[in-house]
Design a protein around this ligand. Structure first.
Ligand code: AMP
Ligand code: MG
Length: 431
């Protein structure tokens, strides 16, 4: 039987990165960029004001004081009509282009109007403005009381942030909101990226009914289907719900064949040694090559993994996760998540956040397989070794024990009592 590490290595050896495709920006969050992106512009594209205020000639302001005629108001998106000459300035808003002749901007807060109450002009000429209506006439003269301005003050020069032709993002970069903004700034409405893998989830079992139903005697609700679909989404892939199949060769085979149209297929249940555990046999008959069956791990030993097709386009990876909910959960964490990451061009190392923690209580572990045991990890001081408490847990069918967990404690194989205070590895779960 393979160890967890050996099995993971086999999975990753079989997993190809998906081919890159053009993806609209709105769908690119969380994907990995597959091209170097160069800027098609200088940014800013012109010398621009960083504040609301007055574009001045620094030399006009002696000892920080001056009274200047205001030539015009320049709004963001407008172009200056006039050149600033000695004794004049132009009112300017944040983001507007600096007018010719000016070499500094004095911020609004360091100025006052000389014509104290600028006149309120009616919206319709010839009428008198109602309260709150109308527009303020531009100030005609302004007094400046600032430190003597430095030339260039409050001006962001053309091309300071980036220059046309600069590579602003390299291939391999994870696309976060900031990268989306960057792509938009340099004119990319879409980017070449590794698209999301499509992952089908099929739950098997004659005993299963949907979450919305009341189970009859001997039935249980399908908790794995919704859980795995959510886990797929959290892992950054696109889930496809194939629902529930009965453990009958005909319908099950048909549903499995449907699942093989996707990049990954996750089957829950039916991979163990029961009379109706038909999944491995049917998958093999459908041309899926078994890579391994069973892993030295608890819970989740009967896990099955195979693949169909070797080329990138036609490849489907198939995971048969044991039906007990915590087995399915752990199998997903250990093997499916890294496969999704690799097929998406992301780091697989980031999937497993193994870290040392200090046990808060004694714990006796028995068994010849390592156990991934639900634990509550205290996330206090980031520098200290955190404390971890094994939760009440009745084994692989006990989903409730997992609900309070934010980590899996990894107890190594063997019978042994771990004392409170001992350091042990834990695997942090996603928030
Ligand atoms: P199996 O792997 O099919 O032998 O199932 C193992 C155990 O998990 C059985 O007790 C099943 O009833 C249970 N089980 C299987 N599939 C699911 C599911 N989708 N949701 C909840 N429990 C399940
Ligand atoms: Mg079953």
């Amino acid at each position: 039987m393979l160890s967890v590490d050996e099995a993971l290595q086999r999975v990753l050896e079989c997993t190809r990165r998906r081919p890159a495709a053009r993806v609209p920006l709105a769908d690119a969050l969380g994907l990995v960029l597959a091209e170097d992106v160069a800027s098609d512009i200088d940014s800013p594209p012109y010398d621009k004001s960083m504040v609301d205020g007055y574009a001045v000639r620094a030399a006009d302001i002696v000892d920080g004081h001056a009274e200047l005629d205001v030539l015009e108001e320049i709004m963001a998106g407008a172009v200056a009509a006039k050149t600033v000459v000695a004794g004049t300035c132009s009112r300017i808003m944040t983001g507007a282009p600096i007018p010719d002749g000016a070499d500094a901007v004095v911020m609004q807060e360091r100025t006052e109007f000389v014509d104290k109450f600028a006149e309120v002009l009616p919206l319709t000429p010839g009428t008198s403005p109602a309260r709150g209506e109308g527009k303020i006439s531009p100030p005609r003269r302004v007094r400046i009381t600032d430190e003597p301005p430095r030339p260039g003050q409050n001006i962001l020069r053309k091309g300071t942030s980036l220059r046309r032709g600069d590579v602003v993002l390299h291939s391999g970069r994870l696309i976060r909101p900031a990268e989306i903004g960057m792509l938009a700034e340099v004119g990319r409405a879409e980017a070449l990226a590794i698209p999301r893998s499509r992952v089908a989830v099929l739950s098997t079992g004659n005993e299963l009914v949907d979450a919305g139903k009341t189970p009859a005697a001997s039935q249980i609700r399908n908790s794995n289907g919704p859980m795995l679909l959510a886990a797929v989404r959290q892992a950054g892939a696109e889930p496809v719900d194939l629902g529930i199949s009965r453990d009958e060769p005909g319908p099950l085979r048909e549903r499995l064949a449907q699942g093989l149209k996707y990049d990954l297929l996750i089957v829950s249940g039916g991979v163990s040694t029961g009379v109706l555990d038909l999944v491995p046999g049917l998958l093999t008959a459908l041309g899926v090559r078994e890579v391994f069956h069973r892993v030295r791990v608890k819970p989740g030993k009967p896990l099955w993994f195979g693949m169909r097709g070797d080329d990138v386009i036609g490849q489907t990876l198939v995971f048969g996760l044991p039906g007990n909910p915590v087995s399915s959960f752990v199998g997903f964490e250990l093997f499916v998540k890294p496969a999704i990451a690799r097929s998406s061009g992301r780091e697989t190392r980031a999937c497993h956040r193994m870290m040392p923690a200090r046990l808060t209580s004694d714990f006796t572990h028995r068994g010849d397989r390592p156990t991934y045991y639900p634990g509550a990890l205290e996330t206090g001081e980031p520098t200290a070794v955190p404390a971890v408490t094994p939760l009440r847990w009745a084994g692989s069918a006990d989903l409730r024990g997992l609900v309070d967990a934010n980590a899996l404690i990894v107890f190594p194989a063997g019978d042994r009592t771990f004392a409170a205070g001992e350091i042990i590895n834990v695997e942090k779960l996603d928030e």
